[in-house]
Design a protein around this ligand. Sequence first.
Ligand code: SF4
Length: 452
Amino acid sequence: MSVKIGQVKMDSAELRATNHESRLGAVCFLTLGCKVNQAESEALAQLFREANYDVVSSSEEADVVVVNTCTVTNTGGSKSRQAIRRMIKAHPDSIVVVTGCYAQTAPGEVLDIEGVDLVLGTQDRGKIIEWIERVKRERRPQNAVRGIEDAGEFEELPQLNEESRTRAFLKIQEGCNQFCTYCIIPYARGPLRSRQPEKALAEARKLVEEGYPEIVLTGIHTGFYGQDLNNGWNLARLVRELVEIPGLRRLRLSSIEPMEYTPELIDCIVSSDIVCPHVHMPLQSGSDEILVRMHRPYTLQDYRDLLIRLREKIPELAVTTDIIVGFPGETEADHLSTLNFVRDCNFAGVHVFPYSKRQGTPAADYPDQVPKKIKDQRVKELMAVARESKEAYIRRFIGKPVEVLIESVDSEGGAVGHTPHYIEVHLPKQKEITWTSRQLVQVVLKQDYLQR
Ligand code: SF4
């Protein structure tokens, strides 16, 4: 292991004396995995800005490199290791900090990577600057990971201040108590902790004041928001308060487990023009037997009934989902049942994941692990159904007016954005119109505007 000290060539007092702007150095990020990780990297970036660091892109020189890792699948772990090595190679003189879920669950593996200076899990990230100072002082790699099982409170990180984006991620919750048998997340993120509502609302107001037209609520198990607060707050109540924030144009709910769509929450989605008509409801399998073995608390009938209830109220609701293919013991009949169920659900999008063993989870020790070749074939088949389903959903909107929130404009004057139903739209340059980021525009959706 090596420690790269000396990039910050002067201590902060010397710097203050010599540098008008008191910059402490530069930091860059590489973020893997989900929206929660993205939100957390942005919050960490803000922490560095407040400590007088410049936040630069990962291709620029930096004194500190932060790799925010993922471990949802084994691929997550190996992708994380590759990313860490890549960043060490690209920044041989920087202090390399590894954080996130993979760091939390395998700190030893991370510290064994030559060139890592600090491993910090999914808590205590508010102390990242102090830990970096300690690395510099003690001139040896540090392991700042502590057991997550007893983590008690939601960790407040600084408010976001990222100018370039259109959608802001608002993290409202951390951890999960459900322990689905395939999932490493409860071990990586610890128990359910909800953010205090006043803190979440204050951050949302600030984001709107900063000009973000859209906020995406993120968390690990967002549907259970408030359960641990014991003060009467739940997700529906938080959503009702959020949509009242003047100037907020869109509020997008991220993943919510099927059994957590309470009548109150459904009413919030139905009755507000601000809440996007888009829900992500993880299904995971189209076989009841597999759902039981996964420890998922619903049946296919429950899921179907919920879809009917939601679509009765919002016929064009975009419903997206996740499916794990090749869970231990999954038979050909289970797989066919999943294909049929997915066809019947008319999803607007399906994320297909091949099952991958996570050591320490019950399913890793289940017999009848499905061979890779069979899993790959099933993934292919399900992805074909998913593609058809998504195309059929999008076709309904062709020729109709849709609202697009522009997220980026390219050098030729074309723009990319999403509709409230989360359809990605590519707008070509138009003579009389100049697209700008964060602009909400009405267009008639054409086939040509869809992702190619
Ligand atoms: S609900 Fe299940 S899949 Fe989702 S984070 Fe919790 S344990 Fe993992």
